[in-house]
Design a protein around this ligand. Structure first.
Ligand SMILES: [Zn+2]
Length: 203
């Protein structure tokens, strides 16, 4: 399976697969990293929802049913938009848009109807292992989002001050402001430095 460069380059820093999914639209101004169904599968492999082998199988399945794959791709963008609406509102302390929540409810209902509750070595979990379901990555994402809302530590949910990515702040004193220091943190420091120098010159 070919993984496009814009997927390979994606930083996985959300702290939850639902947030990493939201962050597949990158930066400000936004750059779309999911440019088609193939990217959606590649992302799912990157974050570990599927093995490389399972990904290959899905891409093969998509080649046989291109229209279905296109529909799943559009569904994925719809789910992502709703999740961004929900998590951005929560990170900013605002009201969660009812329309976005309703979209998530729909996906979660569908996820549970297709999933299987299984017992593993480390307790129980939901599994989506129908290798032919082209939308197979949307269900664990929707379920992760629901779990984050119902039992996650939402006080730690933050919006990057630079690029508007969402992430869970796992730092002990909850002081993380950036998706990653290297990308947005350094940018912001540089901007402050340039502004300071400009102000000094103007004096
Ligand atoms: Zn950022």
């Amino acid at each position: 399976m070919e993984t496009s460069e814009h997927i390979e380059r994606l930083r996985i820093v959300g702290g939850d697969v639902a947030l990493d999914f939201v962050n597949t639209e990158d930066g400000d101004p936004p750059v779309e990293c999911l440019r088609g169904y193939g990217d959606l599968v590649a992302w799912s492999v990157l974050v570990g929802l599927f093995s490389a082998e399972e990904g290959e199988r899905l891409v093969g399945e998509a080649d046989l049913r291109p229209e279905d794959a296109e529909a799943v791709y559009r569904d994925a963008l719809r789910l992502r938009g709703a999740l961004y609406g929900v998590f951005r509102a929560l990170a900013e302390g605002g009201d969660v848009p009812e329309r976005d929540l309703e979209t998530l409810r729909g996906y979660e209902r569908e996820a549970l109807s297709r999933g299987k509750l299984v017992q593993g070595d480390r307790g129980f979990s939901w599994e989506w292992k129908d290798g032919r379901d082209l939308a197979g990555m949307l269900w664990p994402v929707a379920h992760a989002a629901t779990r984050l809302l119902t039992s996650g530590d939402l006080d730690r949910l933050k919006l990057c001050a630079g690029c508007y990515w969402v992430f869970l702040d796992a730092s002990r004193n909850r002081s993380r402001r950036w998706c990653t220091m290297e990308v947005c943190g350094t940018d912001a420091k540089m901007r402050r430095y340039v502004a300071k120098r400009a102000a000094k010159r103007a004096q």
